[in-house]
Write a protein that binds this ligand. Structure first.
Ligand code: ATP
Length: 449
């Protein structure tokens, strides 16, 4: 991890905590290491990230369908997938302070905390174990899934039989995954409970390289379309040494996080590894019959595997900005409107009943379409800043003039430009603006007074 960025993690963590995006888990008990709770704004951001992904990969495509498999799976799944044997990290322990470290994270052979001597590395399985049923014995061991992928492999035939999909097609899933990571940190970048967004795309062997390239580009573009700056993204090919046991080739989409470049999403060509393994362990055929060529074969799989939490963090870091603003600093999040937790804030200029009555009516009307906040506390300037800081793209202000001309002001977050719009047209104008359309009243924008 190199080349640190200007936005530092402390600022992101502080904003997230201050404004109710993300809190440490079980904070009143001192927190639980590397588990996080998404607050009122965080839950919206996370839902929006997931919705944007689902829209792009399921809703808008003919060749991918969704799935929601259970977190607990038959233990044989993990023998077949190789997780029981191979989902390990080499771990060392400090002989002095007894802290444990992942060998890959160490710069030298000393404990990063106290400089003490370290033990020889031993392999540590990252899967969380638990027991199914009332008897805690080895025969009842089940695992919290460390990835969502396996649920899609084991349902390959179910999906094939019920949807009549033909190759190439994919299954997409969003869900929780758990890893007992040795070294966590960097806020929600690496936690022990997180959410993944994964696609398993089944293709005919021989077409896999083409599809692999296609998905690299497709996934990279998804981040760019949602506002991540191109210069903060890069593709990195896995070296032979770091390639997972199942992968023929793998690229990471890296993002330039405040701590440096790090993986945002992995895209792997898994070949036929998974279906072959599950067929072997389950005794069920996971063949595909090609009606055109009359052949039976096991499809290859291209897997774009991203993290909801890491994406949310990248979107926050990329959107974070500070601008000089008279004597103060204007903190704002340039979040894409689709990702912004709150789309519109309705702000009556004062708490005079005549104004609040109209503003509340507008609020009630707009909230049927979007997440809309109503705020009448403190000066209008402060309220604008509060919305800027959480990335609200538009504020609607009702002033005394509104009572006479039945118009309201729409104020835009990034430019702070303002436009007067008939109240009856608010929904239409906001819908167009939120969907990114340029509005032909653009010339009417005036600088914020
Ligand atoms: P890393 O090398 O950072 O440990 P990985 O290569 O093990 O990640 P994958 O198994 O490819 O990760 O998982 C796919 C995606 O799931 C990652 O790109 C990331 O977005 C997310 N992810 C994996 N582990 C974690 C974690 N501990 N916390 C948050 N997100 C995670």
């Amino acid at each position: 991890m190199t080349e640190p960025k200007k936005v530092n993690m402390e600022k992101i963590v502080s904003l997230c905590q201050r404004r109710g995006f993300i809190f440490p888990s079980s904070e009143i008990y001192g927190g639980l290491s590397s588990c996080w709770d998404y607050g009122p704004l965080g839950v919206e951001l996370k839902r929006n990230v997931k919705d944007a992904w689902w829209q792009a990969v399921v809703q808008e495509r003919d060749d991918i369908i969704g799935l929601d498999a259970s977190i607990l799976m038959h233990p044989q799944t993990w023998a077949a997938s190789g997780h029981l044997e191979g989902f390990t990290d080499p771990l060392v322990e400090c002989k002095n302070c007894h802290l444990r470290w992942r060998v890959d994270d160490l710069a030298d052979n000393n404990c990063p905390s106290c400089g003490g001597e370290l033990t020889e590395p031993r392999l540590f399985n990252l899967m969380f174990k638990t027991f199914m049923g009332p008897v805690e014995e080895e025969a009842n061991v089940v695992y919290l899934r460390p990835e969502t992928a396996q649920g899609m492999f084991v349902n390959f035939q179910n999906v094939l039989n019920t949807t009549r999909k033909r190759l190439p097609f994919g299954i997409a899933q969003i869900g929780k995954a758990f890893r007992n990571e040795i070294t966590t940190g960097n806020f929600i970048f690496r936690s022990r409970e997180f959410e993944q967004m994964e696609i398993e795309f089944f293709v005919k062997p021989g077409t896999d390289e083409e599809w692999f390239k296609y998905w690299l580009e497709e996934r990279l573009n998804w981040y760019v379309k949602l506002g991540i700056k191109k210069e903060n993204l890069r593709l990195r090919e896995h070296t032979k040494g770091e390639l997972a046991h199942y992968a023929r080739v793998c690229y990471d989409i890296d993002y330039l996080f405040p701590m440096g470049w790090a993986e945002l999403e992995g895209i792997a060509n898994r070949g036929d590894f998974d279906l072959v393994q599950h067929a072997k362990h389950s005794g069920k055929s996971l063949d595909y019959y090609d009606d055109e060529t009359k052949e039976h074969f096991i499809p290859y799989i291209i897997e774009p595997s991203g993290g909801v939490d890491r994406s949310a963090l990248a979107f926050l870091c990329d959107a974070y900005d500070e601008e000089p603003d008279k004597e103060e600093i204007r903190v704002l999040l340039h979040l894409h409107p689709n990702l912004a937790p709150v789309k519109v804030a309705v702000l009556p200029l004062s708490r005079r009943e005549k104004l609040t009555e109209v503003a509340k009516q507008i609020h009630a009307d707009l909230r049927q379409c979007w997440m809309v906040q109503y705020d009448d506390a403190q000066s209008i300037g402060r309220r604008y800043r509060r919305q800027d800081e959480i990335g609200t793209p538009f504020c609607v202000t009702i002033d005394f003039q509104s009572l006479e001309d039945e118009q309201a002001t729409i104020r835009e977050r990034d430019t702070m430009n303002q436009i007067r719009v008939p109240i009856s047209e608010l929904k239409t104008v906001l819908a167009a603006k939120l969907s990114g359309e340029r509005f032909d009243t653009e010339s009417l924008w005036t600088a914020e007074g």
